[in-house]
Design a protein around this ligand. Structure first.
Ligand code: GLA
Length: 381
């Protein structure tokens, strides 16, 4: 539990609050495929966001961030999102619930989390899903998890301006201890795959790079994929997204698409294939193949999809040069954030010191190491 959550609640509001928790997520493989209705392979982690909530008898919602020491109120009958403000996520979830017919009433809420900022563990999805879970429980709405994930995605589109896919809120909502979710982003359904890593562990390395244009670059990549689909539909009238194409189509696709678009389409098509291969490899305990697929994903994201950066390339390359590391790749939207690494557990300390020394020498700053465990999704505590 977040140490400041309840003290902050009790010193500002009355009554005893309900508490919701929603985790951040990692993604084993399947990057920039969700918004093309492709396949992804995320899992929820232990780090996340706690939300304390109780009804009040006014039409206002009063929020406090225990981490930022900031307060914010909005009126349920007329509110305007404030560009870049954390409270937008609460306004967004309320707006979407109200649109769906849920009678949201006034509440007091305190929010606190332990997801390292800018790490790419998707704190914004955890925040939205946590808020949604809390409001749903408080007013007995019993909103299905899938709908909460869809509201969280839409809220990010409308209130943060990022045209993200469903992966992050879905993983936060549906995560299961010890299981990764093989998620089909067309049907929005998943299969749970046990994550047995034997003598190996997952560790994230945060490059501490935050690209200021990452959001607009993300939207541009999405548009490039959508434009490729339009161009390809002349020859492939049956396709709806790039997910409908397979590796055997690549030769023909290369002839149709302009040079600037083809590698991006190639990434999405090959990445969907890697997701299936990786799920198979993990299920059969073939960690070597699983690790190779992570490496191949990085190469494709960096060279074909062009969403990496020198820091992430360096981290992935130095990691894969160590025989005790089975795989390494950038994770999430890109242009900064973390790499995810599959490292032999008894080598973790050496792994960290090699990376630290190399990264500091090259970029004159320290990376951050974030151990992760695959854990349960959003819940009331
Ligand atoms: C961000 C988005 C996700 C997904 C990843 C890239 O995390 O929120 O929807 O597109 O980037 O795989």
């Amino acid at each position: 539990m977040h140490p400041q959550l309840l003290p902050t609640y009790h010193s500002n509001f009355s009554g005893s609050p309900l508490i919701a928790f929603a985790p951040g997520r990692i993604n084993l493989i399947g990057e920039h495929t969700d918004y093309q209705e492709g396949f992804v392979f995320p899992a929820a982690v232990k780090q996340g966001i706690w939300v304390a909530i109780q009804k009040n008898d006014i039409r206002s919602c009063r929020l406090i961030s225990a981490d930022f020491g900031q307060e914010f109120s909005f009126d349920l009958d007329s509110f305007t999102p404030k560009k870049g403000h954390w409270a937008n996520y609460a306004m967004g979830m309320c707006a979407l619930m109200k649109q769906s017919g849920y009678e949201v009433k006034g509440f007091d809420m305190v929010i606190g989390g332990n997801i390292p900022v800018g790490s790419g563990l998707s704190s914004s999805a955890a925040l939205s899903v946590g808020i949604g879970t809390a409001i749903s429980a408080l007013f007995d709405f019993d909103i299905p998890k899938k709908n909460l994930a869809l509201y969280a995605q839409k809220s990010e589109h409308l209130y943060a301006g990022v045209k993200c896919g469903i992966m992050d809120p879905y993983a936060s909502a549906f995560g299961r201890e010890g299981k990764a979710l093989l998620l089909d982003c067309r049907s929005n359904t998943h299969q749970e795959i046990p994550v047995h890593l034997g003598n190996y562990s997952l560790i994230l390395v945060n490059s501490k790079v935050k690209h200021s244009l990452a959001d607009s670059a993300y939207n541009k990549r999405r548009e490039a994929c959508e434009e490729s689909v339009r161009l390809l539909q002349a020859n492939y009238p049956e396709i709806i997204t790039l997910r409908d194409l397979s590796i055997s189509d690549l030769g023909k696709i290369e002839e149709i698409l302009p040079k600037s678009f083809f590698p991006k389409a190639k990434h999405v098509i090959t990445e969907c294939d890697r997701v299936h291969e990786a799920a198979k490899a993990l299920q059969s305990g073939d960690l070597i193949t699983f690790g190779r697929l992570l490496d191949a994903s990085h190469t494709s994201l960096s060279q074909d999809f062009e969403v990496s950066c020198p820091e992430l390339d360096f981290l992935a390359q130095i990691a894969t040069s160590m025989p005790e590391v089975l795989g390494s790749r950038m994770m999430g939207g890109g242009f900064g954030g973390c790499t995810i690494n599959l490292v032999r557990t008894d080598f973790l300390e050496k792994f960290k010191s090699h990376i630290q020394i190399g990264y500091e020498k090259r970029f004159l700053k320290s990376p951050e190491f974030i151990p992760v465990e695959v854990f349960e999704g959003a819940r009331m505590l």
